[in-house]
Design a protein around this ligand. Sequence first.
Ligand code: C5P
Length: 246
Amino acid sequence: MLDTGFHSVPADDRIIVALDCNAAWEAIVMADALAGRAKWVKVGMTLYYAEGPAIIQMFKRRGFKVFLDLKFHDIPHQVEGAARSAAASGADMITMHTVGGQAMMEAAQRGALLGASDIGGPVPATLGITVLTSMNDETLAQTGVTRPLTEQVAALAELAMTSGISGVVASPLEASMLREILGPEAYIVTPGVRPAGAALGDQSRVMTPAEAFAAGASHIVVGRPITQAADPAAAFDAIAAEVAGL
Ligand code: C5P
């Protein structure tokens, strides 16, 4: 078991439910099914670009923390503004591409602080995307990066920490390497998680929730094993029970 600064955080506060819905009503139905249990929901680009910041406020009113996964990547001035707007809309966790560089990540951090102060709220966690898990050594080389993919992931994760952001989003298979490099306090948020026996869907290289936490994840992102379960609340409870105390 790798040491992290997150062992004292309750299990239900370390599981983020990905609501990959196309419309607000679907997200609201799921949020109502999980209210009082799940603490976190993840809103991605599809839902956000359809519904705008109102969708964040809808979740906040129901008591959820919101992981707003918009993966900023632009010049620092734009990213500072984007992070400020996201923080001011109430997002509790935001994402950016680390390949935007140190100045861009520092700008995102500044924006997150400003947005939180605009609303007198907590500063969101700021997470970097290293290499998209849809990529491999060959497709990475097409972008001009010829070193091995894991070296690129490690280097970008270190750059994220140098830039003062909270941590990274990573495959659970990279979590232990990243925990070693980044130290116990960094956020390492891992999708690609499946409870034992659950359908893989389009995920291929997965870990169970318990394995992901044991590898050093601070938080896990779980979507369809919860949202497509016959009883989403029970599916959430089962995962929370499996990982309680890890
Ligand atoms: O339904 P499932 O548990 O596969 O959902 C996982 C969530 O995490 C989805 O929102 C997916 O887009 C996201 N994600 C992922 N793998 C990555 C990065 C993000 O599955 N490498």
